[in-house]
Design a protein around this ligand. Structure first.
Ligand code: SAM
Length: 248
């Protein structure tokens, strides 16, 4: 059987494609892309002429069957999304899952991913991280996801559309209080890349200072609940208990 390659593509700067990604895209029999027109432009830029088929959110289950058949017949296939790493808030899960069940080799290449890059650039704690994809669009559901972050000791990362960025930051301030550390990473790797690190309200202030700042792509990071640092460590509790037994 052939191999399914999962190939990340740039999230802005075209120089971020790896040598290995280029060679895989050049050498596979077919590239499965989320939007063949969009990816056609990228492939043309790198003078890659490999055939394209479309695999997007709405036809993935249906397409997976045909792609698995081709893999079993010995063809190699690369999966790409519009930008960044496939399967990360992008299609691919169904295909990879079914390939694994069918015993087909899946090789995922490392490469650009917006939330990982935001974490390395923002300077928030990165020892424990939760990635939540896109927040729900409905306000009530969004508030409920944000409330679940309240006592998290992780840095939480999610994606947000530009038209909701200010509302979401306001929701963060309302749900998690005005002091919680928040960062937005905008247009990563592009001409207007910017990291605003502070609180939800300071991020809103930065965005509102110029309406051009509200356009583009955003990663939102919420820092850990630092109040839980005041929790008594288990060893100290044990010692306290022992002491209370022996002390008068
Ligand atoms: N698979 C992609 C990845 O690996 O990051 C994510 C795809 S998701 C459909 C697109 C979202 O990712 C955007 O709405 C934005 O929140 C975030 N994103 C993608 N590129 C970005 C960039 N250059 N700067 C900031 N955020 C970006």
């Amino acid at each position: 059987a052939g191999i399914l390659y999962i190939v990340p593509t740039p999230i802005g700067n075209l120089e971020d494609i790896t040598q290995r990604a280029l060679s895989v895209l050049r050498n596979v029999n077919v590239i499965a892309a989320e939007d063949t027109r969009h990816s056609g432009v990228l492939l043309q830029h790198f003078a890659i002429n490999t055939a394209l088929v479309s695999v997007h959110e709405h036809n993935e289950s249906q397409r997976a069957h045909g792609l698995i058949k081709r893999l079993l017949e010995g063809e190699n296939i690369a999966l790409i999304s519009d930008a960044g790493t496939p399967l990360i808030s992008d299609p691919g899960y169904v295909l990879v899952n079914e390939c694994r069940s069918a015993g087909i080799t899946v090789t995922a290449l490392p490469g650009p991913c917006a939330f990982v890059t935001a974490l390395s650039g923002a300077g928030l704690p990165t020892d424990k991280v939760s990635f939540c994809g896109f927040l729900p669009v409905k306000h009530k559901a969004r508030l409920s996801v944000l409330s679940s972050v309240e006592q998290s000791t992780h840095t939480t990362a999610f994606y947000e559309a530009p038209r909701r960025i200010i509302t979401t930051l306001q929701d963060i301030a309302d749900t998690l209080g005005p002091h919680r550390q928040v960062a937005i990473a905008k247009e990563i790797t592009k001409a207007f890349e910017h990291y605003e690190v502070g609180t939800a309200l300071s991020c809103i202030e930065w965005l509102e200072a110029d309406s051009a700042r509200q356009k583009g792509e955003f990663v939102v990071l919420i820092g850990p609940d630092t109040r839980s640092n005041t929790e008594i460590p288990p060893e100290a509790l044990k010692l306290l208990r022992t002491l209370s037994e022996v002390l008068p």
